[in-house]
Ligand binder design. Structure first.
Ligand code: HEM
Length: 327
């Protein structure tokens, strides 16, 4: 807004505008290359560390992708998943987050960034960049990550419990949970494709094997041969065993997850639920028919959409020096 005449009143208007701009935003204020001037090597530094980590611990690709998702769905993408419990219990100690791994990788990335550009790159942005780099390391198409997020200073166990989508969610809940965060039905099906990577604890789906309706029954929406195979691995009440979600290619980002769904071999109720909506089902059918013609590109688009949820920008929050605690 230029101020040619009536300079003072125009300046006042500009100031008012500045104060009215919301600091919790859905993506506004983020941009590709936010650190171009302040930390030009930021993304290269993250990529280098992730390259080193993936070469020795490739199984961390799944957990590190999931960490960004769990950050964004609770209070938005503002790094609250990384805070340690202090006077209150933090998100990280909520049961659905106890299976997250890889915090030490985030710390390693952050230490390298602090060395190069102290106090500049937020932990929330580290999560977003790391998520991109791990999927690319496993075979996904690269995409530009928007940056400029700031870190929040609140993290609550109860908020994690109330906001993380449970694996037994049906399609109505899933669509509503995504919609309330500005994500579309397409984002839901595309991002569910993240289950091409990684493993799950038996406890996340054992109700489908042993006690689906409280009568010791199995889930009719899960293939009976698959149930038999899963039962060999997962005994009732097993809290520790890990099962591959996309068997045989858990470290490769591919479209095999979508092949499993119509075969009724999606591990969670939430995976199987993608057959209960015409749009999500049509998307899966198309990817199978065309060998994933659009999935790889779609995934980057949906990750950018997810990365915009409830971000803190401008002067909101802070840039943490250490990701596990507020400054
Ligand atoms: C749509 C709703 C979703 C539900 C209900 C859900 C649920 C789950 C559950 C229960 C696990 C297994 C945890 C365990 O027992 O160890 C899991 C793992 C995983 N999820 Fe999701 N998820 C959803 C969406 C997403 C999204 C959007 C992403 C990322 C784009 C994602 C990425 C992952 C990955 C990579 C793993 C494997 C983690 C590992 O290897 O440790 N999920 N998810």
């Amino acid at each position: 807004m230029a101020c040619p005449k009536l300079f003072l009143s125009c300046l006042l208007l500009q100031l008012m505008f500045l104060f009215l701009v919301p600091e919790v935003a859905h993506g506004q204020g983020l941009k590709v290359g936010f650190y171009q001037k302040t930390c030009p090597n930021a993304e290269a530094i993250v990529k280098k560390v992730i390259g080193q980590v993936m070469s020795v611990a490739p199984s961390l690709s799944g957990p590190l992708l999931r960490m960004h998702f769990h950050d964004c769905f609770v209070r938005g993408c503002e790094g609250s998943i990384l805070l340690n419990s202090s006077t209150n219990q933090a998100e990280k100690d909520a049961p659905p987050n106890l299976s997250l791994r890889g915090y030490q990788v985030i710390d390693r990335v952050k230490t390298a960034l602090e060395k190069a550009c102290p106090g500049t790159v937020s932990c929330a942005d580290v999560l977003a960049i790391v998520a991109r780099d791990v999927v690319v390391a496993t075979g996904a198409l690269s995409y530009d990550v928007e940056t400029g997020r700031r870190d929040g200073n609140v993290s609550s166990l109860n908020e994690a419990l109330n906001n993380l989508v449970p694996p037994n969610a049906n399609i109505i809940t899933l669509k509503a949970d995504f919609a309330m965060r500005g994500l579309s039905v397409k984002d839901l099906v595309v991002l569910s494709g993240g289950h091409t990577l990684g493993t799950s604890h038996c406890s996340s789906f054992s109700d489908r094997l042993y006690n689906f309706t409280g009568k010791g029954d199995t889930d009719p929406k899960l293939d009976s041969n698959y149930i038999a195979r899963l039962k060999l691995k997962c005994k009732p009440n097993d809290q520790t065993t890990l099962v591959e979600m996309d068997p045989g290619s858990v470290r490769t980002f591919d479209i095999k997850y979508f092949d499993l769904i119509p075969k009724r071999r999606g591990l969670f109720t939430s995976d199987a639920a993608l057959l209960d909506d015409s749009e999500t089902k049509a998307y899966i059918d198309l990817q199978i028919k065309t060998g994933g013609s659009t999935f790889f590109k779609d995934f980057g688009v949906s990750m950018v959409n997810m990365g915009r949820i409830g971000v803190l920008i401008g002067t909101a929050g802070e840039v943490r020096k250490v990701c596990a605690k507020v400054n």
